[in-house]
Design a protein around this ligand. Structure first.
Ligand code: UDP
Length: 445
């Protein structure tokens, strides 16, 4: 950490649907869970006391979990104590707010700051700010307008989402954009106040992700040590564009006479069960149509400890979503020394440096992807050089430690502004003067 803070500051992190305790890789749990888990642990290590509030969705979990040193996960009763898809959670946020307010009021040490993740947590934070006066920072992780643009009628979130997002942006003390594209979307699609915006991306954990000798990794995974291997890893949802990768495999075979193995990691279960992950069935069908079914292996979801083997076993990591608010997986791949070919969208166009650490391609274009794959797979020197550059690039810019430092700096800005605002207001009151501006507005400037 660049700055050291003498007193322990108490931060409430709200992440209504994405608990740091959840196993990730299915439809519902992914980058946000990882971001909340990593960020809170790093902030706690640097001296913050962090409580993560998430919806209570499992009766086997206690209300309070002392998760890591300095981090508690607190389950908040809101709706049934069972799994609920996030698209149906908005009506439960009043109850969430009520219970959280009660919890906060009964804590001995007050919370100084709230960091809300996702729009519904932002709504809770905005309400609590009105009740208890605690300032808040928000990271949206994904935006309703962008989702609607790409997913159209498949987007099942209530239409009120957009109004909630606008209110949260207006009332937040600061807004974290994950990448320049996210910042542009916040400005142009919502008219967010540019003064409130700070870009802080996501990261990777160097204890989890580091290069392994490819032969060792492949032997560990029981895959042949020779022949090209392409990796796709992530949540199994259509917008991730796994179909583009499978179709590109077909193009590679037909037009370039190149036969590569594709590993597809992710899903609702540890085995590739298409009844639990219907997306797998759709992709298997496509692989058959493309004539590459025997080249594609669906592994199912994999745990954090084994992911570096997959990334290190691969010659290239491919990620071709339609859009991507940030995208942690390219960082993880690069941290294992593997070059990335990614869609020229969202966070990926910022984290992957075209021609240097991999290639950027237009989304949904299997031919363009196949052409770039052919360049890399037939040029081992280039592949190696890009992999080494990728490793250096992410080590320099994208560790969770660095992300936590930037976040802590932002917290300190908000806290110093809000303390200043309170003091000025009190002073004016003592002297019988009317308030000039609201404490919120002062805190923003
Ligand atoms: N992931 C995992 N196991 C799997 C598939 C994915 O642990 O089987 C993790 C992956 O390593 C990454 C996260 O899920 O850390 C996905 O994050 P990303 O930002 O790439 O996508 P999002 O889930 O936010 O759409």
């Amino acid at each position: 950490m660049r700055r050291h803070y003498i007193t322990k500051q108490k931060v409430a992190v709200i992440s209504e649907h994405a608990s740091p305790l959840t196993v990730v890789g299915g439809v519902e749990a992914g980058g946000q869970n990882i971001a909340v888990a990593e960020l809170t642990q790093h902030l706690a290590r640097s001296g913050y006391q962090v409580d993560v509030f998430t919806r209570w969705d499992d009766p086997d979990q206690p209300e309070i979990v002392h998760w890591q040193s300095g981090v508690r996960v607190i389950h908040v009763k809101a709706g049934p104590v069972s799994y609920v898809i996030k698209e149906e959670m908005l009506p439960m946020m009043d109850e969430f707010t009520k219970h959280l307010t009660w919890f906060m009021q009964n804590e001995e040490e007050p919370y100084q700051l709230i960091h809300a993740h996702f729009f519904m947590s932002g709504l809770v934070a905005a309400n609590i700010k009105r009740i208890l006066g605690i300032p808040f920072v928000v990271t949206f992780h994904a935006l309703g307008e962008v989702r609607r643009q790409y997913q159209g009628s498949c987007d099942r979130f209530p239409k009120e989402r957009l109004l909630v997002e606008q209110r949260v942006m207006a009332e937040a003390d600061r807004i974290i954009a994950l990448c320049p594209q996210d910042r542009d979307d916040l400005l142009t699609l919502y008219g967010a106040d540019p003064q409130k915006l700070t870009i802080i991306g996501n990261g990777f954990n160097p204890d989890e992700f580091f290069p392994l000798p490819p032969d060792t990794a492949r032997t560990q995974l029981d895959i042949p040590t020779t022949g090209p291997v392409i990796l796709q890893l992530g949540r199994m949802v259509p917008r991730k564009g796994v179909d583009t990768v499978i179709s590109a495999l077909g193009v590679l075979k037909r037009d370039y006479k190149l036969s590569a193995r594709l590993l597809v990691v992710g899903g609702e279960s540890a085995d590739p069960d298409s009844s639990k992950t219907p997306e797998i069935a759709r992709l298997q069908q496509l692989a058959m149509t493309e004539g590459v079914a025997d080249q594609v292996t669906f592994t199912g979801r994999r745990g954090r400890d084994s992911l570096r083997y997959y990334y290190s076993a691969a010659d290239v990591f491919v990620i071709t979503p339609w859009y991507e608010p940030f995208g942690i997986t390219p960082l993880e791949a690069m941290a294992c020394g593997t070059p990335v070919i990614g869609s020229n969208v969202g966070g990926i166009k910022h984290t992957v440096r075209d021609q240097k650490t991999g290639f950027l391609v237009p989304p949904r274009q299997p031919k363009a992807l196949a052409e770039r794959l052919s360049v890399l797979l037939t040029n081992p020197d280039l592949m190696h050089r890009m992999g080494q550059r990728a490793l250096r690039h992410v080590q320099q810019h994208y560790t969770w430690h660095q992300v936590a430092c930037q976040t802590a700096d932002l917290y300190q800005d908000v806290l110093s502004n809000s303390h200043l605002a309170t003091r000025l207001r009190e002073e004016r009151q003592q002297h019988g003067l009317p308030a000039l501006v609201s404490s919120n507005k002062l805190a923003l400037r």
